[in-house]
Design a protein around this ligand. Structure first.
Ligand SMILES: [Zn+2]
Ligand SMILES: [Zn+2]
Length: 345
């Protein structure tokens, strides 16, 4: 009998040092939670959306932009000691090297790269691959385990190019100059991206913004994202709003607030607008399929680009994506995280 040489694998499998705890995903050798939903001693935060960034952690590691967003949303005292490394700059916690790499989702959004004893895990947070003038593009990082979001992890979700959606909006404005177009946008990320894309398409008139959107627009401008002239929607006269584009939180577009506008055309910018029934339910006359998350094709392309040893799927339609990946021979499983609600999709 010929003996087989057994090579000991010195690198521990990531499932031995990363765990799902009630607070969130936990990296034991660094005593570090990633995007925990409860206050913890030490947290790495991928980005500022409320389902990832929470107040009350004792120490936070995040990008400088995300720290600014957290301080703006929760107050300066609500974020403990902060470490804000440059992109790609390794920070050592225990024996673990932690790096932030751009995720392309919103301003400051990062993937968290954890390297320990020769094994590397990348936690994507939320991400997308299509271009976005408000943030750095996603960078694929080779790894043993890629923890991916799956907000739009179903084949039905395919986001068209944003330029076409913006062109549809501007054509509607041109056709109905007597009406105001009120566009529902999430305050963090979607709002500023839609404004930038309107500017890119040549809309140089002032854009009216609901009061709830102003402070984050100011923050983006302070970080070098040029949004052009913005005016508060609440103080403008009704006559000034004919032919105008007004941005407001999704909760306000079908509300009494919007009825003060001249014969408003209700629009909503969201990846969920791919589902016509959702648009109808929300009283949306003109759905705009604009998302800051990877769509089905982008999820599959990204995982193929990275070619990780394993994929852990979280934050959305886990089963469909896991099934699709497994059918192509990619090792994949669902990472069960609890207590998460979606923001900014
Ligand atoms: Zn997000
Ligand atoms: Zn999210």
């Amino acid at each position: 009998m010929i003996g087989k040489t057994v090579v000991a694998r010195p690198s521990p499998h990531p499932e031995t040092w990363l765990q799902v705890r009630p607070e969130g995903l936990y990296c034991q050798p660094a005593d570090l939670f990633i995007d925990p939903i409860r206050p913890v001693a030490r947290a790495a935060i991928t980005h500022g959306h409320a389902d990832h960034a929470r107040p009350g952690h004792e120490a936070v590691l995040t990008s400088a932009e995300t720290l600014a967003i957290m301080q703006a949303r929760f107050g300066p005292a609500s974020v403990g000691g902060a470490t804000t490394p440059h992109w790609h700059e390794p920070v050592t916690i225990g024996e673990v090297s932690v790096q932030l790499v751009p995720a392309g989702h919103i301003l400051g959004s990062a993937q968290v790269v954890l390297t320990w004893r020769g094994t590397r895990v990348v936690i994507s947070g939320d991400y997308k691959r299509s271009a976005d003038p408000t943030c750095r593009p996603f960078e694929p990082v080779a790894c043993d385990v890629f923890v991916t979001e799956a907000t739009f992890g179903l084949p039905v979700f395919r986001h068209p190019p944003i330029a076409g959606e913006i062109a549809t909006l501007l054509a509607s404005v041109a056709r109905q100059p007597e009406r105001a177009h009120v566009v529902g946008v999430y305050a963090l990320g979607k709002c500023q991206r839609v404004i930038c894309e309107l500017r890119r398409a040549g809309w140089d008139r002032p854009i009216f913004v609901h009061g709830a959107l102003q402070s984050l627009c100011d923050l983006y401008q302070a970080h070098g994202v040029d949004l052009g002239p913005l005016l508060p929607a609440t103080v403008a006269a009704k006559s000034a709003m004919a032919g105008a584009i007004v941005l407001a939180p999704p909760s306000a577009i079908a509300d009494r607030w919007a009825r003060r506008l001249p014969d408003p055309v209700v629009c909503l910018a969201s990846g969920w607008m791919r589902v016509r029934q959702r648009a109808k339910q929300r009283g949306v006359e003109r759905p705009l399929v604009i998302s800051d998350h990877a769509d089905w094709d982008e999820l599959l392309t990204t995982i193929a680009d990275i070619a990780p040893g394993e994929v852990w799927v979280t934050h959305g339609a886990e089963e469909a994506l896991v099934h699709q990946l497994q059918s192509t021979g990619q090792q994949a499983r669902a990472l069960a995280l609890i207590g998460r609600e979606l923001e900014g999709s």
